[in-house]
Design a protein. Sequence first.
Length: 124
Amino acid sequence: MKRNMIRILIVIGFVVVSFLLFTFGKQYEILIDNKTVSLDGTEYPAEYTINYSFDGGEYEELKIKKRKKANVVGPNHFITVEYTDETGETVSMEKPFSLGLSEGTIIVNLPVLIESKDGWLVRE
């Protein structure tokens, strides 16, 4: 009886550890778009060359009408965006996001993100 209980607890422990490793070790492919986007009848034009980084990493530059790919590991992240607006001031913003256990490609629409509107993170 005691031996069976120990075996059951070991199996449950393996299942829990496997789930945690799957959740926090999963890699996601993210496409970062700096293209004109239409959402709900509103057009968000790509007006700026944008520098972005994920989770405090090194900044990368994304020019107008371009797309780049990034890979991130784990479910919870934040993106930091910097651009120079039409007045010449550098604007910086940071947005947290969670990917959960989603499958497929995730697209970050930077023009929508800059306008602080919902819909900047799209799952396909």
